[in-house]
Design a protein around this ligand. Structure first.
Ligand code: SF4
Ligand code: SF4
Length: 419
């Protein structure tokens, strides 16, 4: 049975914060609000006070704990490796246990727990798409026509897929003898909004002779529920995914979404028994493809005369695991791509799951800091490896009136492979 750590379980790590302030320069939210209670040091101090019953669980404290992207940029730079993102998530669970879920949290986790409901909503959303959404003129994405709860009418959102990705494929797609067998954990955004990313991965894996299993009964990775502070839903989703992903013997469980990698990779590592064993098999697709030598195979393809200038955004959930070289190695090897590094590639895009729903204005400000780097790079395309970052970056680009389009790097690889 999945068991989350309680805030009390983090007491030792909380007490390892030496108040040095090294986290300050790296916290995107502090960068906008400059309030001590918002930076990692302040949040850790609040969590400590909460543990010792020194503060009341009032509106201000709940608000401060909600102002965290769970991006782990602070953890990455902390000399004592204080896991502020995990501490904030544990504090949010504690708050939910005492106060219940917010109205958005209730809606979100009800949908996440019921895949049939999610399928039905996606299909209705697609059927009424032209009524509900309008195309952003000359840009990529849709915006809501009418005010609606939880989603800003200013936000650009991708189109809903005509058919969920998993419904369009058999559960087992055989590859070549002697090649690896992998499970593909699609996550919700690829399944319902960006099926083209899944199609691109299948084309690449077919090229490499890999056998692919797409477990039909997999669910959400759980990160949105972690972000909302709903421990019960996280446990339910963890159990479902463990069962779905354990039905087949595979060499690796691939993710093409940085957030899902964090959800079923890092999160599962904190749980015991079969979860931790499965977590060992979870591999980001950049890492898997480079381990399989795809960058070398791509470099041998004939160079194209017409190429596109492409820059890359590091998703926080990959960057903080040290996965930065592999996506660049793949992009640089592509015959139709000229890779350009942009200023601030490692800067958070500002999405942060439920953060961008509760604090869209701040999320937009954090996103806007990426715009100068994108513009100065002169790139035609901004590639990344996380559908959530794609949505947020396209929103930023649309607000800044820039030209580049956002694309998943798997789509670029699939495009340059022989048919
Ligand atoms: S960098 Fe780490 S130890 Fe230093 S104040 Fe921030 S959380 Fe505390
Ligand atoms: S996880 Fe990110 S947003 Fe939260 S305190 Fe750390 S740096 Fe700031």
């Amino acid at each position: 049975m999945a068991k989350h750590k309680k805030l009390e379980d983090y007491r030792d790590q909380i007490e390892q914060c030496v108040k040095c302030g090294a986290c300050q320069a790296h916290c995107p939210v502090f960068g906008e609000h400059k309030r001590e209670s918002i930076v990692a040091r302040g949040k850790v101090a609040l969590a400590h006070a909460l543990l010792n019953d020194e503060v009341k669980l009032d509106e201000r404290l709940v608000e401060d704990m909600s102002k965290c992207l769970l991006c782990a940029s602070c953890f990455d730079k902390c000399p004592n490796l204080v896991p502020t993102d995990e501490i904030v998530a544990a504090a949010r669970r504690e708050i939910t246990e005492k106060q219940g879920l917010s109205s958005f949290g209730k809606v979100l986790t009800t949908v996440l727990k019921h895949p049939r409901l999610m399928n039905g909503l996606a299909k209705s959303g697609k059927a009424f798409s032209s009524l509900l959404f309008k195309k952003v003129p000359e840009q990529s994405g849709l915006r809501l026509r009418f005010p609606a709860p939880f989603v800003s009418r200013e936000r650009s959102i991708p189109e809903i897929a005509a058919q969920p990705f998993r419904e369009s494929h058999p559960e087992v797609i055989p590859g070549a003898e002697g090649k690896p067998t992998v499970s593909f954990f699609t996550g919700c955004m690829i399944n319902y909004m960006y099926p083209e990313i899944g199609e691109a991965l299948l084309k690449i894996l077919k090229f490499m002779g890999v056998t692919v299993i797409i477990p039909q009964d997999q669910g959400c990775c759980g990160l949105p529920a972690i972000s909302a502070g709903d421990g019960a839903t996280v446990e339910e989703l963890s159990r479902r995914n463990l069962a779905a992903l354990s039905r087949h013997r595979v060499d690796a469980v691939l993710t093409a979404c940085a957030t899902c990698n964090e959800g079923i990779g890092r999160h599962f590592r904190h749980l015991e028994g079969d979860y931790a064993t499965l977590a060992e098999k979870v591999v980001d697709m950049n890492v898997f493809l480079v381990r399989q030598g795809l960058d070398r195979l791509l470099a041998e393809l004939p160079r194209k005369e017409v190429f596109q200038r492409v820059t890359y955004h590091d998703p926080c959930h990959l960057r903080t695991q040290g996965i930065t070289k592999e996506p660049r190695a793949l992009l640089k090897a592509l015959p139709g791509v000229r890779f350009i590094e942009m200023e601030g590639a490692d800067r958070c895009c500002g999405l942060g799951g439920t953060f961008s729903v509760y604090h869209y204005d701040t999320s937009k400000l954090i996103g806007a800091r990426k715009a100068p780097g994108i513009e100065q790079s002169g790139a035609d395309l901004v590639a990344t490896a996380c559908p959530g970052c794609m949505m947020q970056l396209q929103d930023t680009i649309n607000h800044a009136g820039l030209k580049p389009r956002v694309i998943h790097l798997l789509e670029l690889i699939a495009r340059d492979l022989p048919a």
